[in-house]
Each structure stands twice: as structure tokens, then as C-alpha cells.
Design a protein around this ligand. Structure first.
Ligand SMILES: NC(=O)c1ccc[n+]([C@@H]2O[C@H](COP(=O)([O-])OP(=O)(O)OC[C@H]3O[C@@H](n4cnc5c(N)ncnc54)[C@H](OP(=O)(O)O)[C@@H]3O)[C@@H](O)[C@H]2O)c1
Length: 209
């Protein structure tokens, strides 16, 4: 399975503030790029923190004419989900799968399937049982850190927002806490570089094994 990331990062490498507010600091073009990347995916995945901070519906807008809506995978340890969240009330999105790694999710809703297993075994389930070939993880840093530790990330899409400095030692980067490094480096090569007049730059990196 191809696991790809998409993140907007500030000029100082942050994905949001330490208060974990919504991360809307990029242009309309960046949003359009996100939708284009979503069109490649069989499933979208986020941590519960990002779902709530960014008020996500995890869908592709109808005006993009998607041939199908990707599955929506939401990851938690505690398995506590706010069932009034808009993701559960956006009927035109893909089927929803909730994972609770430490506690079983308690959500009995039509169109929602719950899972209680480790993140690694859930990824195997996604590939073998749900037929997911391309999975787009849209954050946050805490979840991506776990994916990086499993060594399963194959592509990273970044929008570097050269116009924005977020600052703050505790503001997260794409691997969460910027002071906490992976035990070993992983090798990616750049495959796309597109500076924009908006003060942003679109980049894509591919994993080299
Ligand atoms: N700039 C960008 O492109 C971008 C992208 C995404 C997010 N963000 C920003 O990042 C911030 C959210 O950060 P966050 O650290 O809260 O992100 P997060 O990783 O989305 O959410 C953290 C929560 O997700 C669950 N989780 C994370 N890793 C897990 C794992 N390995 N196994 C099981 N559950 C796991 C846990 O949920 P439970 O607490 O339910 O157990 C955890 O508390 C927001 O400010 C958001 O705007 C920015």
C-alpha cells in the first residue's frame, strides 16, 4: 500500500500553533492541490486531533467531479469520538472507519465501522480487507510520527508557506514535537518543485529504499 502525506508548513517548519488551532495559513491554490491529491486516494486518514481542530468533513467537493469519494479513516487511542462532529453528518463522503488502538470505539452509526487493534495491524487490514492501495494521511504530527516509526511513508507532499512564520518551541512540525527526532534518518528524494507567486512552494518527495 502506498501511504502518502500532505502538509502545509510554515517557513520555520511548523504545521500549526502550540494551541493546535485550525491550520488555515495557505492559499486557495493550496486547497485545490489538496483536492487533487485526495482524488488519487482510495482512503483519507487523520488523527482525532486534526479532525476536530480543522473541522474536517474529509470529502472531495462535487465541483471537482470525483469518480468516487475516498474512505474516511479516523485514528484514536481512547476511541472517544464526538458524534455531533460534521464528518458524521456529511452523507456524500466515503464510508467511515474509526480505529481505537487502546480502547474500542463506541460509535453505533449507520455507515460507520469500528476497529480495535494496533495501528500497524489496521494498516494491514486496510490493504488486505478494504482494498486500499493509496492512503492519504493528512496529519496530524502525532499520527505521522507513528507512521514514520513504522517506516511506511512512501511520499510526502509539502506546501512550504514562505509568507508565514509561526514560531514557538512547542508548535509542532510534521512529525509532531520538533525536538523529538526519529532514531534513524529515512531517505526521500525530491520529485516535484513548484514555486508559486503566492509566496508558497509545492514540493513532493518519494521514499528511496
Ligand atoms: N498544516 C497542516 O498541513 C496540518 C495538517 C494536519 C494537522 N495540522 C494541525 O495539527 C494540529 C493537530 O495536532 P495533533 O497532534 O492533535 O494531531 P493528531 O495526530 O491528528 O491527533 C492526535 C490524536 O490522534 C490520535 N492518535 C495520534 N497518533 C495515534 C496513534 N499512533 N495511535 C492511535 N491514536 C493516535 C490520538 O487520539 P485520542 O486522543 O482520541 O486517543 C491523539 O490524541 C492542529 O493544529 C492541526 O491544525 C496541520
Amino acid at each position: 500500500m502506498n501511504i502518502i502525506l500532505n502538509f502545509a508548513i510554515s517557513a520555520d517548519g511548523k504545521i500549526g500553533t502550540k494551541q493546535k488551532n485550525a491550520s488555515k495559513f495557505t492559499s486557495q491554490k493550496d486547497l485545490e492541490r489538496l483536492w487533487a491529491i485526495r482524488m488519487r486516494a482510495d482512503a483519507l486518514m487523520v488523527g482525532r486531533g486534526t479532525l476536530e481542530a480543522d473541522h474536517m468533513s474529509m470529502t472531495i467537493p462535487e465541483h471537482c467531479h470525483p469518480d468516487r469519494q475516498p474512505l474516511r479513516l479516523i485514528i484514536s487511542r481512547q476511541g472517544q469520538f464526538d458524534l455531533s462532529h460534521k464528518v458524521f453528518h456529511t452523507p456524500h463522503g466515503g464510508a467511515i472507519h474509526l480505529l481505537g488502538t487502546e480502547q474500542s470505539p463506541s460509535a453505533e452509526l449507520e455507515g460507520v465501522t469500528t476497529h480495535h487493534q494496533s495501528l500497524a495491524s489496521f494498516l494491514t487490514h486496510c490493504e488486505q480487507q478494504l482494498g486500499i492501495q493509496t492512503l492519504l494521511c493528512e496529519g496530524g504530527g502525532e499520527l505521522v510520527r507513528s507512521l514514520a516509526e513504522l517506516g511506511v511513508i512512501s511520499e510526502i507532499n509539502l506546501t512550504i508557506a514562505g509568507h508565514t512564520l509561526i514560531g514557538g518551541a512547542e508548535a509542532p512540525g510534521i512529525l509532531g514535537n520538533v525536538m523529538s527526532h526519529l532514531p534513524a534518518s529515512q531517505h526521500f528524494v525530491i520529485s516535484h518543485f513548484e514555486p508559486l507567486e503566492t509566496g508558497e512552494c509545492f514540493l513532493t518527495y518519494q521514499r528511496v529504499h
